[in-house]
Design a binder for this molecule. Structure first.
Ligand code: MLC
Ligand code: AMP
Length: 498
C-alpha cells in the first residue's frame, strides 16, 4: 500500500528499539514503540468512525500520544488539525465547525466546555493527555499494527489555522508532499542523522514544533527530549546529552539570562536553530560570545513551511534569514509580482513543493495570495543582497508576533469595536524584552461615554486566547488618520512604542 507520508516518516522506524522520545518524567519511548502506539491510535480513530479524508481536530497538552496521533492520522489518511492549547472554547468552535471536523480530541480537564463545542459542530468528542483520556483508553485495547490506507502525495495531510488580516482565521491545507519535501530538504541541509538528540520544548500545534522539529527528527531517525513547554531548568539539565535545539528567539534570550548556560554546558551541542520571529543581531552576537556557537536562523510560515535558511557550513549572517532553500524559488517582488533587483526592498514571494494547496473553503482568499505563475505572496517585506542572503525588513501585513505566536490586530479590533462605549479602536504591537512584541489596544470612547476597561478586559479574556489579549490599553479622543481616512498605525507606534 502506498502512503508517502507514512512510508517516509513512520514506517521505516517499525521494530527499532532505539530511543525516539526522552520524556521529562524519565521514560523513553523507542521508535518501534511509537509506531505501534500510532497503529493503536489509528484503530481507535476507526472505532470512533473517523475515515480517510476526515479532519481530526486536536487541542491537547503536548505529550507523546499527541505526536502518535499525528502518525495515526497519516496512517489512516485522516487530516491532522492541531490547535493551540490557549484557544478559548469560543475560538475553538469556529475551527471545529469551519473545518467540518469528524472528531475533536480535547484535554480531559476541559471536557465540560469542549464537549458542547463538538456537539454543536456535529463532531465526536474524545479526550487525551499525558496521563490517558478516553482516546487513550480505547487505543490501549487495540492491535499494535494497522493496515496503512493508501494516499497520494497530493492528498491532504494537515490543516493549520492561521489568522488573517480580515480577522477571520483561514485553514491552510498542507499536502503530504508539502511536508515530506520540506522535511527532507531541512534534514539534509542541517545534517541531521540518527545520532542527533534534539531538545524539543516548542508546542507541537504549529509549523515550527511539528513540521520542522518533529518531522526532521522522524526523517533522520534521531531522538527528541520531548519537554511539555519551555523550561530553562530542564534545558540546562538535558543539554549535555543533546546535540541540537530549535526555538523561537525568546528561547535564546531566556537561555542567555541564565548564568548556568555557558560554553561548557553547550559543549555537546552541534546546532542551535532559531525562527518564527526575528532574532535580534545582538542576541546572535551575545550567544556566540557566550557559547562559541553561531545560531542558525531560518524563515518560514504556516502556508509554506520553511523558505530560507542560513547555511550549515558557510557564513551564518546575523540579522539575515539566509539563502532560499535548495528546492524553493524565492523572489523579492513589487506589488505586481515583478521581480526586483538585489538590494531593493519588496514582498517576499516563494514557489516550490513546500507551498500549501490553499485555504480551506476560501478559493478567493487563496487566489488573492497566489500569483498565476504559482508564486505565493508571503506578505513579508524583504531584501536580498548580492550573495542571495535574505533579510526580512518588515511586514506588508498588519501582524504582531509575540513569543512566536501570530496575532492579527484586526481580530482584536473587531472585538474592541463591539464593546460598550467604544467608538473605534486600533491595535498595535509594542516592543517587549521577553516576547519581542505584545499587543496594545488604543480605544476611542463614544461621545459622552466612559469606557469600562475592566469589562473590556473581562470580555477579551472570554473571547481570546491569553497570548492575544492586549497587554496594555490607552484611551484617545480620536485615532490619527491620513487624508484618505486610514488609521496611521505608524503614528500610534511612535506615540506608544516606548
Ligand atoms: C505565553 N504567554 C504569552 C505567550 N506565551 N503571551 C504572549 N505571547 C506568547 N507567545 C502568556 C501566558 O498566557 C501567561 O499569561 C504568561 O504569558 C506566561 O505563560 P507561560 O506558559 O509560562 O509562558 P511560557 O511558557 O514562558 O511561553 C512563552 C514562550 C511560548 C515564548 C516560550 O509562547 C512558546 O513556546 N512560543 C513558541 C511559539 C511557536 O512555536 N511558534 C511557532 C509558530 S510557527 P499570564 O497573564 O497568565 O501570566 C511559525 C512558522 C515558523 O511561526 O517560521 O516557524
Ligand atoms: P505563521 O503564520 O505563524 O507561520 O508565521 C509566519 C510569519 O512569521 C512569517 O510570515 C514571518 O512574518 C514570521 N517569521 C518567521 N520566521 C521569521 C524569521 N526568522 N525572521 C523574521 N520573521 C519570521
Amino acid at each position: 500500500m502506498n502512503n508517502p507520508l507514512y512510508d517516509t516518516m513512520f514506517a521505516p522506524h517499525a521494530g527499532k528499539d532505539t530511543p525516539f522520545l526522552y520524556l521529562p518524567e524519565g521514560g523513553i519511548i523507542t521508535h518501534g514503540a511509537f509506531v505501534e502506539r500510532a497503529a493503536q491510535l489509528a484503530h481507535a480513530l476507526v472505532s470512533l468512525s473517523v475515515h480517510s479524508g476526515d479532519r481530526v481536530a486536536v487541542q491537547v497538552e503536548k505529550c507523546a500520544d499527541m505526536l502518535a496521533l499525528y502518525a495515526a492520522c497519516a496512517q489512516l489518511g485522516a487530516i491532522f488539525l492541531p490547535l493551540n492549547t490557549a484557544y478559548t472554547a469560543a475560538e475553538l468552535s469556529y475551527f471545529v465547525s469551519d473545518s467540518g471536523a469528524a472528531l475533536l480530541v480535547g484535554d480531559p480537564a476541559r471536557s465540560d466546555e469542549l464537549r458542547p463545542v463538538a456537539d454543536a459542530a456535529g463532531a465526536v468528542f474524545a479526550t487525551l493527555d499525558a496521563k490517558g483520556g478516553s482516546l487513550s483508553d480505547v487505543a490501549d485495547a487495540q492491535a499494535t499494527s494497522f493496515d496503512t490506507i493508501e494516499r497520494h502525495e497530493d492528498d491532504l495531510a494537515a490543516f493549520l489555522y492561521t489568522s488573517g488580516t480580515t480577522g477571520r482565521s483561514k485553514g491552510a491545507m498542507l499536502s503530504q508532499k508539502n511536508l515530506i519535501s520540506n522535511a527532507r530538504t531541512l534534514t539534509e541541509l542541517w545534517q541531521f542523522t540518527a545520532d542527533d538528540v534534539l531538545l524539543h520544548a516548542l508546542p507541537i500545534f504549529h509549523t515550527h514544533g511539528l513540521f520542522v522539529a518533529s518531522n526532521v527528527m522522524l526523517m533522520s531517525g534521531g531522538a527528541m527530549v520531548f519537554l511539555p513547554k519551555l523550561d530553562i531548568d530542564a534545558l540546562v539539565a538535558w543539554m549535555p546529552r543533546a546535540t541540537s535545539m530549535m526555538g523561537v528567539p525568546t528561547f535564546y534570550t531566556r537561555l542567555l539570562d541564565d548564568a548556568r548556560f555557558d560554553r561548557d554546558l553547550a559543549a555537546n551541542m552541534r546546532l542551535f536553530i532559531s525562527g518564527s520571529a526575528p532574532l535580534l543581531a545582538d542576541t546572535h552576537v551575545a550567544f556566540e560570545v557566550r557559547t562559541g556557537h553561531r545560531i542558525l536562523e531560518r524563515y518560514g510560515m504556516t502556508e509554506t513551511n520553511m523558505n530560507t535558511s542560513n547555511p550549515y557550513e558557510g557564513a551564518r549572517r546575523a540579522g539575515t534569514v539566509g539563502l532560499p532553500l535548495p528546492d524553493v524559488e524565492l523572489r523579492i517582488a513589487d506589488a505586481d509580482g515583478v521581480e526586483l533587483p538585489h538590494g531593493e526592498t519588496g514582498v517576499v514571494e516563494v514557489r516550490g513543493d513546500n507551498v500549501f494547496l490553499g485555504y480551506w473553503n476560501m478559493p478567493e482568499k487563496t487566489e488573492e495570495e497566489m500569483r498565476e505563475d504559482g508564486f505565493f505572496i508571503t506578505g513579508d517585506l524583504g531584501v536580498q543582497d548580492a550573495d542571495g542572503y535574505v533579510t526580512i525588513v518588515g511586514r506588508g501585513k498588519d501582524l504582531i508576533i509575540s513569543g512566536g505566536y501570530n496575532i492579527y490586530p484586526k481580530e482584536l479590533e473587531l472585538l474592541m469595536d463591539a464593546q460598550d462605549g467604544v467608538l473605534e479602536s486600533a491595535v498595535i504591537g509594542v516592543p517587549h524584552d521577553d516576547l519581542g512584541e505584545v499587543p496594545l489596544a488604543v480605544l476611542v470612547p463614544q461621545a459622552g461615554t466612559q469606557i469600562d476597561l475592566e469589562m473590556v478586559k473581562e470580555n477579551a479574556a472570554t473571547a481570546l486566547a491569553r497570548f492575544k489579549q492586549p497587554r496594555e490599553y490607552r484611551i484617545l479622543e480620536a485615532l490619527p488618520r491620513n487624508t484618505m481616512g486610514k488609521v496611521q498605525k505608524v503614528a500610534l507606534r511612535a506615540q506608544f512604542g516606548a
